[in-house]
Design a binder for this molecule. Structure first.
Ligand SMILES: Cc1cc2nc3c(=O)[nH]c(=O)nc-3n(C[C@H](O)[C@H](O)[C@H](O)COP(=O)(O)O)c2cc1C
Length: 308
């Protein structure tokens, strides 16, 4: 039986639902040594900022029992170098490119969007609003509806591209934040960014990350991500959702899709297994055929409450 892996994210049509999670692959060159990027449904790039950033002091990564803590601090070459050096290489790879952007102020989001407005080779923008707003006591944009709406509107009022708002799960009701992003013109939302965590070296009596705290990713956060996707899908119905957080296998992808994701990104899993993505694409196809399911899109939100 032939199956259809294609999915739609608003106006974007992807050949399959599996994409990269921002930050785990820079701009794709390292991954292209393992498999052709055209295997991907889309490539989400590392967040770029207006100015270059060196990131936070080392150590910036720590393993934990079921996941990883990182405090990279958005290290990137800045949007100008990225546009000159990285995007042209990626745009020649037969894969839709979703550029992730991050900023410290609402104005900066607008300026970044302006820099990317008429650039050829971009399929969409993912707006990382899970970082602190320096003008607002360092509170993460996507922790509150007002700053979420302002940051997203600064982008959607500037570009014609589809825009996805990347949200933090560290909030009371993520569906309310997602609704604010959509009201400000977002095409959809990416759920979830890392959760704030901490690990301590008990011999040194010091945090294991130089920054003290960092973002938790990997299998430990998958149930949180599935819950967030399900909550937002239940509240907002057709709004496209990119689901991510601890996904590694085709079964994990199906879990996200059944919770309500249209597409799914994989990040941390690839550090241990660089071929996790092509394997998940292949296994997903096999699973659908084995279960007489004609399409992955048909399984969106297919979780049943089992009469409970
Ligand atoms: C090393 C590392 C760097 C990351 N950098 C970014 C980033 O620049 N922008 C962003 O939106 N998310 C970033 N993330 C978060 C991931 O995109 C993703 O939301 C999170 O890791 C959960 O997915 P995973 O468990 O599959 O890794 C980063 C994650 C890791 C592990």
């Amino acid at each position: 039986m032939s199956v259809d892996l294609a999915v739609e994210l608003g106006p974007l049509r992807l050949r399959n639902p599996i994409m990269t999670a921002s930050g785990c692959f820079a701009s794709g060159r390292e991954m292209a040594r393992f498999f052709p990027l055209s295997t991907l449904g889309a490539m989400v790039t590392k967040s770029v900022t207006l100015e270059p950033r060196e990131g936070l002091p080392t150590p910036r990564m720590a393993e934990t029992p079921a996941g990883m803590l990182n405090a990279i601090g958005l290290q990137n070459p800045g949007v100008d170098v990225w546009l000159e050096r990285d995007l042209p290489w990626l745009a020649a790879r037969d894969v839709p490119v979703i550029a992730s952007i991050a900023a410290r102020t609402v104005d900066e989001y607008g300026l970044l969007a302006k820099r990317l407005r008429d650039v050829p080779g971009l399929a969409a923008l993912e707006v990382n609003i899970s970082c602190p707003n320096v003008e607002d006591r360092g509170i993460v944009f996507s922790c509150r509806t007002g700053p979420t709406g302002e940051a997203i509107a600064a982008v959607t009022s500037t570009v014609d591209l589809p825009v996805f708002a990347k949200l933090t799960p560290d909030v009371t009701d993520i569906a309310i934040i997602a609704a604010a992003a959509v009201d400000a013109g977002a095409t959809g939302v990416s759920l979830i960014n890392t959760l704030l965590g901490m690990a301590i070296d008990v011999e040194a009596r010091r945090p294991r990350l130089a920054a003290g705290t960092g973002g938790l990713s990997g299998p430990a956060i998958r149930p949180v991500a599935v819950r967030a996707v399900h909550q937002v899908h239940s509240a907002l119905g057709p709004v496209p959702i990119i689901g991510l957080g601890g996904v590694r296998t085709a079964s994990d992808v199906l879990e996200m899709v059944m919770a309500g994701a249209s597409a799914v990104a994989i990040g941390t899993a690839t550090f241990a297994d660089p071929l996790a993505i092509p394997r998940a694409v292949e296994d997903l196809e096999t699973w659908l055929a084995d279960h007489d399911e004609p399409s992955i899109a048909g399984l969106r939100g297919a979780v049943s409450d089992g009469g409970r």
